[in-house]
Design a protein around this ligand. Structure first.
Ligand code: FAD
Ligand code: SIN
Length: 541
């Protein structure tokens, strides 16, 4: 069954936000401060579902008196391996404390320390890989959930925000290089709506599902990046997929993360022979930047033939005791117990998995893409903050900083609508041509698995020219098949996601093939050195 709904125009300025994680929700709360603006927040699952709710470690921001903007900036630049945009790093770091205060005002309960009466020292601060200081505010080890819950509760109370859940955006509508809205499939009714907007914000999160093993939830299929690319917006730096070093290794654990904050408290990576192999790779040992740790584990697994390494929490226990370990990491403790692993006994089996895409929709310092009125915020965007490798816990920070900037920058576009005397011409409705209902889902599932497996095997932590060429050949075949059949069937969520996943996989391979050097998260055995002369720039497509 399929129906269509024509775009409904109104004289109120319309903001369309695709995604209800930290990026989408914080943008919605800010846009809605103007009571005449109508905000529509679209999410393809339950509104609380997305990477945000699973964030563990926390949000990085200079908070303690012993820390400084200069140090946070420096740690970000070092992790980014020469590709961070200095100005963006500067503004994210210096806006950080104000944005964190805003989260607190919205009701987010960060964990407090019992010590000290100085307000700057009230919050307990974690440390993670690549950070020279304790600067990560957290809510135990469930920071993302604390943020998602508070922001969503606030949005639900505001009359000029409407939330469309279980609605998936299919494509953006663009006319003369300006965004005009999007086509949205109501997954329950099968209806495709044409939503007109003066401003559209892509806040659709990451693309970890492009890889076979990932810490990401199922929604992370790169939809925003794929839609923007199809609409003609520029995308960048997609070769920089961050692999988190410590995802739980267990046959029933689909994607459970063991926070880097545990290493920040003293836990150490060891191979199955009990050797602290990280001390051979980097002076910061287990707390080295993520790209280095993930690659070292990958090398260790290839060298030994083992299936996982250990994260040994016994140094934390020796320092603080078991009750303190449980107090600091209650969720990790409970979830691991559910898999029969007691973190207070010391050894936790871990492996790297695709975690965070540093590239995305290329935006300027106001979060605007190369298409007027189209903004991208959160993991879907490439702002220049992360360069070739994101510093841990900088992504929640980036999302709130750029939500603020997008909202401020978009005000003149909304004011234009308020002052306009006529309504714009209606947009064309979605045309499903002669499409028929899909009979079997098996093809989609099989193709999805094929893409994810080939990306893991050929475009993973360690790459080569040969493997990238193989990936391209296979993806070209799959693209031909999918393009030949895509328009024959009425759209479903699975079909839409498959096309997006394929587009993003293809873009990752394109970017990785262009970068003939090893930098940050992109490591290739054929060009193992950094090449400052030819490649100290973003990969823009
Ligand atoms: P998300 O929170 O992923 O939200 C995406 C939204 O887009 C969802 O609402 C989804 O339904 C919607 N959506 C997607 N496609 C469509 C579509 N086609 N149509 C409609 N809606 C769509 N970062 C840190 O800084 N600190 C941490 O401690 C941390 N820990 C992490 C732990 C885990 C396990 C993971 C996976 C990530 C972690 N990260 C962390 C990264 C961080 O959580 C994410 O980068 C961030 O939450 C992304 O927020 P977002 O708003 O961009 O997207
Ligand atoms: C973690 O808690 O290890 C994740 C932090 C991040 O990805 O920023």
């Amino acid at each position: 069954m399929v129906a269509q709904m024509t775009s409904v125009f109104s004289s109120a300025p319309q903001v369309l936000i695709l995604g209800s994680g930290i990026a989408g929700l914080s943008a919605a709360l800010k846009f809605a401060r103007s009571p005449e603006v109508q905000v529509t927040l679209v999410c393809k699952a339950d509104p609380a579902e997305g990477a945000t709710r699973y964030a563990q470690g926390g949000i990085a921001s200079v908070w303690s008196k012993s820390d400084s903007f200069a140090e946070h900036r420096q740690d970000t630049l070092v992790a980014g391996a020469g590709l961070c945009h200095q100005k963006i790093v500067e503004l994210c770091v210096s806006d950080g404390p104000a944005r964190v205060r805003e989260l607190i005002d919205w009701g987010v309960q960060f964990t407090k320390t019992s010590k000290g009466s100085d307000p700057t020292e009230v919050f307990d601060l974690h440390r993670e890989g690549g950070h020279g200081q304790r600067r990560i505010l957290h809510a135990d080890d469930l920071t993302g959930w604390a943020i998602e819950k508070s922001l969503l509760e606030n949005c639900r109370k505001i009359p000029n925000i409407r939330i469309l859940e279980n609605h998936i955006a299919i494509d953006l509508i663009v006319q003369k290089q300006r965004q005009k809205g999007a086509y949205i499939l109501d997954m329950q009714s099968g209806e495709i709506r044409t939503l007109a907007a003066d401003v559209t914000v892509l806040a659709t999160g990451g693309a970890g599902k492009v890889y076979l093993y990932t810490s990401n939830p199922d929604i992370a299929t790169g939809d925003g990046i794929a839609m923007a690319y199809r609409a003609g917006a520029r995308v960048a730096n997609l070769e920089f997929m961050q692999f988190h070093p410590t995802c739980l290794y267990h046959p029933s654990a689909k994607n459970f993360l063991i926070s880097e904050a545990l290493r920040g408290e003293g836990a150490v990576l060891k191979n199955l022979a009990g050797e602290d192999f990280m001390s051979r790779h980097h002076p910061m040992g287990s707390l080295a930047p993520r790209d280095i740790v993930a690659r070292a584990i990958d090398m260790e697994l290839k060298r030994t033939g083992d299936k996982h390494v250990w994260l040994d929490s016994s140094p934390v226990i020796a320092k603080s005791g078991k009750p303190e370990l449980i107090k600091k990491f209650p969720n990790i403790h409970e979830q691991c117990l559910g898999f029969g692993i007691d973190i207070t006994e010391g050894l936790i089996p871990v492996v790297p998995a695709a975690h965070y895409i540093c590239g995305g929709v290329l935006v300027d310092d106001n979060a605007q893409s190369s298409l007027k009125g189209l903004y991208a915020v959160g993991e879907t965007a490439c702002t220049g903050l992360h360069g070739a490798n994101r510093l841990a816990s900088n992504s929640l920070l980036e999302a709130v900083v750029f939500a603020e900037r997008a909202v401020t920058h978009a005000q003149p576009l909304l004011a234009l609508r308020t002052s306009a005397s006529t309504l714009p011409a209606p947009l064309p409705d979605w045309d499903h041509g002669r499409a028929v209902e899909l009979e079997e889902k098996i093809d989609i599932a099989a193709t999805w698995l094929e893409i994810r497996s080939l990306m893991w095997n050929y475009v993973g932590i360690v790459r080569s020219d040969r493997r990238l060429a193989m990936a391209k050949r296979r993806l070209d075949l799959i693209k031909n098949e999918v393009n030949a059949t895509y328009w024959n069937y009425l759209l479903t969520k699975d079909l839409i996601e498959l096309r997006n996943l394929l587009t993003v996989a293809d873009l990752i391979v394109q970017c990785a093939t262009l970068r003939k050097e090893s930098r940050g998260l992109h490591y290739t055995v054929d060009h193992p050195e950094i090449d400052e002369r030819h490649f100290k720039h973003d990969t823009v497509i």
